[in-house]
Design a protein around this ligand. Structure first.
Ligand SMILES: C[S@@+](CC[C@H](N)C(=O)[O-])C[C@H]1O[C@@H](n2cnc3c(N)ncnc32)[C@H](O)[C@@H]1O
Length: 406
C-alpha cells in the first residue's frame, strides 16, 4: 500500500481501495484475484443491476451507456463528499449525475452536443409542478408549425397533429435560447420521448431515439406491422416522464456543475490538478454512424449531425494512440493522488483485451495501474468457469482499469 502525498488534502491511502475490492464479498462470493500479462485482476460481482440505489433520474436512453451502479461503486470508494468527479466521455451523463447524487461536484465533456442537452437539466433544480406549468404555457403559445424540409420523413413516425406539437416545442426552444432550467428539462425529456416502441413515446412503434431508423426503414416497418402513426398527447407524455425521472420530487442538483461539449483530449477550461476522480468509458472499437443514429434527435435540437466529430477507431493501435492523447490531458487535470477508473468493456467477444491497450497508452505518463476490476453480471453462473485467458463465452462483464495519478 502506498500513501498519497498531497499536503492540501487529507491523505487517502490509495491501496485501500484495492484491498477493499480484494476482500469484497457483498453479494456472498469471494473476489477472485489473479495476475495475467503483468496486470492484477479482481473479479467478483461488485454491483448488480438489482440494486435500487441508482435512482430514476438516470433512466434515459443513450448508446453504450453504463449503469449508474458502476460509477456509484468507484465514486464511493475513490472520492469523498465535495470532491470533483470528471467524465471526459460523459454520454447521457451517468457519471456526473451519480456524482451529484452522492454529493460530489460534477464535471464532464463529450464531443456529442446532445450529451450536454441530456445531462445538464438533470443537475439543475426543477420540480414536476414547474414543468407542468411551463408545458401549459407552451401549449397556450401554440406556435404555428412552419413547413420543414423533413416533414415527409417525419410523418412516417408521427401523426400530423403530433408532429405539429413537436414542431411547436422545437420552435419554442429555438426562440428562447439560451434555455432556462425548465425549458432545458422539457427539451431533455422530449429528446427521450421522440421515438420508441410504446404509447409512452410520441411516435408510432419504432426504435428508440438513440438508434433512430431512417424514414425509408420506418415506411417498411409501418407496412410490415400494418400501422399508421396515432395521435399522441405530447404534453401528457412529457409530464409523466418528468414525474418518473424526478421520482416524486427528489432531485440531484449539483454544486457548480461544469458540463461542456468538447473533445476529451482538449479541456482547457479545467484547471490543472482540479479533478479528484475520473470515471469514464471511452468510445470502443466499433464503428458508430452518429449521423444516422441521431438524425431525429439532432433535428429536434437544431444540431447538424454531419458536423459532430465522433471518434471512430478501427484498429487497436489507432484506439491506443487516441486513449494516450486523452491520458495526456487527464495527467494535467487529475491531481496527484487522484484516480481514474477507465471502463473498457468487452470487445469482439473478449478477444481484444483493451485493458492491455490502456496499459500501453499510459506508458511514460504519470499514472500507475493498480489493477483491473472485473464486474460479473451474474457471478453465480460463471464463478466456476471464469478466466480472462480462456475467454469463456456468454460472460457479461465490465472491466475497469484503476489508475492513480502519481
Ligand atoms: C461509451 S460512450 C460513454 C457513455 C457514458 N458512460 C454513459 O453512461 O452514457 C462514449 C462517448 O464518447 C463520446 N466521444 C467520442 N469521441 C469523443 C471525443 N473525442 N471526446 C469526447 N467524447 C467523445 C461519444 O459521444 C459517447 O458519448
Amino acid at each position: 500500500m502506498h500513501l498519497v502525498s498531497n499536503p492540501a488534502r487529507p491523505s487517502r491511502p490509495a491501496g485501500d481501495f484495492i484491498e477493499f475490492v480484494e476482500r469484497f464479498d457483498g453479494f456472498g462470493a469471494k473476489t477472485e484475484v489473479f495476475e495475467e500479462d503483468g496486470l492484477s485482476y479482481y473479479v467478483n460481482e461488485f454491483w448488480t443491476s438489482r440494486q435500487r440505489q441508482a435512482g430514476r433520474i438516470h433512466e434515459i436512453s443513450y448508446r453504450a451507456c453504463f449503469k449508474a451502479q458502476l460509477p456509484g461503486f468507484f465514486i464511493a470508494g475513490l472520492s469523498a463528499a465535495g470532491d470533483t468527479v470528471h467524465d471526459p466521455f460523459m454520454g447521457r451523463g451517468t457519471t456526473p449525475i451519480q456524482a451529484a447524487v452522492m454529493g460530489r461536484r460534477a464535471v464532464g465533456v463529450d464531443i456529442n452536443p446532445l450529451s450536454v442537452l441530456l445531462t445538464r437539466p438533470r443537475l439543475a433544480p426543477v420540480t414536476p409542478g414547474a414543468v407542468e406549468a411551463r408545458l401549459g404555457e407552451i401549449s397556450q403559445a401554440g406556435a404555428a408549425a412552419a413547413p420543414d424540409p423533413l416533414d415527409g420523413d417525419l410523418l412516417e413516425f408521427y401523426h400530423p397533429e403530433t408532429l405539429a406539437r413537436i414542431k411547436g416545442l422545437r420552435e419554442w426552444f429555438a426562440r428562447r435560447e439560451p434555455a432556462d432550467a425548465i425549458d432545458d428539462w422539457i427539451r431533455m425529456v422530449a429528446l427521450n420521448r421522440l421515438t420508441g416502441h410504446s404509447p409512452g413515446f410520441f411516435s408510432v412503434y419504432t426504435m428508440p431515439p438513440n438508434q433512430a431508423v431512417s424514414a425509408r426503414s420506418q415506411r417498411r416497418i409501418n407496412a410490415r406491422r400494418g400501422q399508421t402513426p396515432p395521435v399522441r398527447n405530447v404534453t401528457a407524455i412529457i409530464a409523466r416522464k418528468s414525474r418518473s425521472l424526478l421520482g416524486g420530487g427528489a432531485h440531484s442538483a449539483s454544486h457548480r456543475p461544469d458540463l461542456r461539449c468538447a473533445p476529451a483530449q482538449h479541456t482547457p477550461h479545467l484547471a490543472d490538478a482540479s479533478v479528484d476522480l475520473v470515471v469514464t468509458s471511452p468510445p470502443f472499437l466499433d464503428i458508430v454512424n452518429y449521423a444516422d443514429d441521431n438524425w431525429l434527435r439532432c433535428w429536434f435540437a437544431g444540431i447538424d449531425p454531419a458536423a459532430v466529430p465522433i471518434a471512430m477507431h478501427r484498429s487497436v493501435e489507432a484506439w491506443t494512440a487516441f486513449v494516450r492523447e486523452v491520458f495526456g490531458e487527464l495527467a494535467r487535470v487529475v491531481r496527484p493522488g487522484g484516480h481514474v477508473a477507465f471502463e473498457v468493456g468487452e470487445v469482439r467477444n473478449a478477444k481484444v483485451l483493451l485493458e492491455r491497450a490502456v496499459r500501453d497508452a499510459v506508458e511514460g505518463l504519470p499514472f500507475a495501474i493498480e489493477g483491473v476490476v472485473v464486474n460479473l453480471q451474474d457471478f453465480t453462473k460463471t464463478s466456476n468457469c471464469w478466466g480472462v485467458s480462456n475467454n469463456k463465452k456468454g460472460v457479461n462483464t465490465n472491466r475497469i482499469v484503476i489508475m492513480v495519478r502519481k
